[in-house]
Design a protein around this ligand. Structure first.
Ligand SMILES: [Zn+2]
Ligand SMILES: [Zn+2]
Length: 341
């Protein structure tokens, strides 16, 4: 029987269409494995080509040569830090001058290695840079929201092959995010506890949707997943802001995230995907009602008319089957601890 499920958090309904259910492995890309070189002479993100990018924001190690992670302003930035966020209202038309920050994080010097193939140590370095940029940009009083994300593959919006992540800091809180913050606060006020803490505790106990669990983080399939293999990684303790994460916790998150990405890479044939860090705003330092998390969305299906018309998604893979499938994918042969640089 098909089933409608409601996302506990966004309140969105999705249709889990078991009538046209696919076995998880049927969604694998079967894409031929392209042998990519580790260095491409014309790539602006490859070592030696640093002068082809805008002046560097920061690198890791600081002033280090060779570098391991590099942050640069986006050459084709969506927003500009050169203007002020001046607001204007004319009748119903509200505008703000396009102030903001748009940065690119070059994940590693290696052109060929997507995050799934890097070492846990390198992923931890990248996450450390995410934290640093989040905290630095949060200090700007004109910034109200920071989105950290990765586009992997053409269908996920990546325009340059060299693996990289991006940060966009905006002068407004997007309405989707505001809705989430409100829902979380409403739940806390009604029930007296963080809705995420409650959900995570139940899911860890239940286990059917859990893909893997570290000391501080758990990766799980979303109960009301809008798309196949939509996976969230939650901290196992109450924490509203990503910027509060410690070194030890970063190391554990790197293991959990890298292992999850490797399972998706191996099990589903390196599909295009996005992931994003969904943090509470800077002023949520001690907030008890919100809980940051990482959302990983493989791009295995396309959005069609029904989704556009209703905002309701049809998912053809049972989240429980997706979790079972990913648990069973062995990634021992793929990088991980101690491998690579
Ligand atoms: Zn490159
Ligand atoms: Zn919580």
């Amino acid at each position: 029987m098909p089933e409608l499920r409601q996302n506990f958090f966004t309140k969105e309904w999705v249709i889990i269409a078991t009538e046209r259910a696919k076995r998880p492995e049927e969604l694998a890309t079967h894409r031929p494995v392209l042998e990519m070189p580790s260095f491409v002479e014309t790539c602006p993100f490859c070592p030696g080509n640093e002068s082809k990018t805008p002046p560097e924001v920061v690198r890791f190690p600081i002033n280090g040569e060779p570098w391991q992670v590099r942050v640069i302003p986006n050459k084709f930035a969506a927003l500009s830090s050169e203007v002020q966020p001046t607001r204007s209202l004319q009748h119903l038309r509200r505008r703000i001058d396009g102030f903001g920050f748009h940065e690119v994080i070059v994940d590693s010097p290696d052109h060929a290695k997507c995050m799934a193939l890097l070492s846990d140590e390198q992923v931890a370095r990248i996450l450390g840079i995410y934290k640093q940029r989040y905290n630095v940009l949060s200090l700007d009083p004109r910034i109200n929201h920071i989105t950290i994300f990765k586009n992997h593959g053409l269908d996920a919006g990546a325009s340059l092959q060299h693996p990289h992540s991006q940060v966009i800091a905006t002068p407004v809180i997007p309405s989707q995010v505001r809705h989430r913050l409100f829902e979380a606060l409403r739940h806390y006020d009604d029930v007296g506890e963080c809705m995420f803490c409650h959900m995570v505790e139940r899911e860890v106990e239940d286990q059917t949707r859990v893909v893997l669990k570290g000391e501080h983080f758990v990766a799980m399939e979303v109960f009301a997943a809008a798309t196949p293999f939509a996976t969230h990684i939650f901290p196992l303790w109450q924490i509203a802001r990503f910027g509060e994460i410690t070194e030890l916790e970063i190391a554990d998150l790197a293991r959990v995230l890298r292992t999850l990405l490797a399972k998706i890479y191996v099990g589903l044939g390196n599909p295009d995907l996005n992931f994003t860090v969904r943090s509470g705003p800077a002023e949520y330092a001690r907030a008890r009602h919100y809980h940051w998390y990482v959302s990983v969305i493989p791009r295995l299906t396309r959005v069609a008319g029904f989704e556009l018309g209703s905002g309701m998604f049809i998912n053809t893979v049972l989240p429980e089957a997706a979790a079972e499938f990913l648990r069973g994918v062995s990634v021992e042969k793929v990088a991980g601890a101690g491998a690579g640089k």
